[in-house]
Design a protein around this ligand. Structure first.
Ligand SMILES: *Cc1c(COP(=O)(O)O)cnc(C)c1O
Length: 426
């Protein structure tokens, strides 16, 4: 990882580095455990004094190779895989927040993330304030409290397709002495690298474009290593004071830029065990190898589908940040000049009822609780992913009750447009 190479090359060559005569393909270390010659060598691992593997609930070499690839793609300092995107979000927050702490989050985030913040983390004593990310900085500043420990947002919100002004959020977080965590699932590092714009920690649901083939649920956390925990030591005692469960190690002192990820591995993986299976990491790695080829096609197809929908009389509205005239077009051009993602949303003039009828008639696009996949898929958030939200909460999350979320795949775009045409007309 010493030489700076382009992201396309990292997609293929990053991570696994075979030794002389070693396997070219990333091996699946299908082993729960690892053998050592002496009792002392093993003891050092338990004290975090030596690096190495001892039990796959904490770390596995297959997973680490894939995490290293994603880390390089995002321009981070350290990374870890998790069992799902939800686990990545959860770990990234609780690694620095405890009961009595507070999170400022964009309101336009994935439904699972808003449930995590407002229901489950609340039960753990961590409060969240959800903010409209488009508000001016001085309005957003009002959401901060003395016990605020981080800011959370998505590069491109799923499913609202709100583009985050990352620099604004980074400034806001840093002026309050806390890190910015950005869920970069929809943009992927091919289209946006939030760390370059000031984000401190990046999370992913690798289940989406990174896997790309609807094969494996997974997540990833990448730490930039840029946030100065020591400068705000009183806020982050878990990182800056001795961890008695590891014989008094202080993560920032011992691990520097690796402190955040080491703590998350040593404590959270140890105690909560949301590890990704090495089999899944292997499949994820295969997906990553073509990410840089798939993303431009997703974006190209999505723009054509969005333009087609926009040209139709029976379509009430279309949202796609890559579409000129979209509310977020300018922000998208700034942060993602090469393309945003393949997901568009739209509403039919017939509203909720027409959405169901349209979806039932689609032949190529499948109704699936999935998004950001090679195959085109479609979902009605108000009846599916966001079913548990009230109409008021839906609007707050940027979800119009008529919204159809259309995840444009990499099939031939004319076939996709014909599928939409027949579902609307025939
Ligand atoms: C799907 C998704 C998640 C959750 O990821 P899982 O892998 O399903 O747990 C988090 N954030 C975003 C933006 C997502 O699209």
């Amino acid at each position: 990882m010493s030489e700076k190479r382009s992201i396309e090359t990292t997609c293929i060559q990053g991570g696994w580095q075979p030794e002389n005569g070693g396997p070219r393909q990333l091996p699946i270390y299908q082993s729960t455990t690892f053998k050592y010659a002496t009792s002392e060598a093993m003891g050092k691992l338990f004290d975090l004094e030596a690096e190495g593997y001892f039990y796959t609930r904490l770390q596995n070499p297959t997973n680490d190779a894939v995490a290293a690839k994603i880390c390089e793609m995002e321009g981070g300092a350290a990374a870890m895989l998790t069992s799902s995107g939800q686990a990545a979000t959860f770990f990234s927050i609780i690694n620095i927040c405890s009961a009595g702490d507070h999170v400022v989050s964009s309101a336009t985030i994935y439904g699972g993330s808003s449930n995590l913040l407002t229901v489950t983390l609340k039960r753990f004593g961590i409060e969240s304030t959800l903010v409209d990310p488009d508000l001016p900085e001085e309005e957003l500043a009002k959401a901060f409290k003395p016990n605020t420990k981080c800011v959370f947002a998505e590069t491109i919100a799923n499913p609202a397709l709100v583009v985050l002004d990352i620099e604004k959020f980074a400034r806001l977080a840093h002026s309050h002495g806390v890190p910015l965590i950005v869920d970069n699932t929809f943009a992927t590092p091919i289209n946006c690298r939030p760390i370059e714009w000031g984000a401190d920690i990046v999370t992913h649901s690798t289940t989406k474009y990174m896997d790309g083939h609807a094969m494996t649920v997974g997540g990833c956390i990448v730490d930039s290593g840029n946030f100065d925990w020591e400068a705000h030591a009183d806020k982050y005692p878990g990182l800056t004071t001795p961890d008695e469960s590891y014989h008094g190690i202080t993560y920032t002192k011992r691990f520097g830029k690796g402190a955040f990820i080491t703590k998350a591995t040593a404590q959270l993986m140890r105690d909560l065990g949301a590890i990704q299976s090495p089999q899944n990491a292997f499949l994820l790695n295969a997906g990553l190898e073509s990410l840089h080829v798939r993303m431009p096609r997703h974006c190209e197809n999505a723009l054509k589908v969005a333009q087609y929908l926009q040209s139709r009389e029976d379509v009430a509205w279309v949202k796609y940040p890559g579409l000129p005239g979209d509310k977020y077009y300018e922000l998208a051009q700034k942060y993602m000049p090469d393309g945003t993602c393949g997901v568009i949303s739209f509403g039919l003039k017939g509203g909720r009822a027409a959405a169901g009828a349209f979806m039932d008639k689609l032949k190529l696009a499948s109704i699936a609780t999935h998004v950001a996949d090679a195959r085109t898929c479609v979902l009605h958030p108000a009846s599916h992913t966001h079913r548990q939200l009230s109409d008021e909460q839906l609007v707050e999350a940027g979800v119009d009750p008529s919204m159809i979320r259309f995840s444009v795949g990499i099939e031939n775009v004319n076939d996709l447009i014909e599928d939409i045409r027949q579902a609307l007309e025939d």
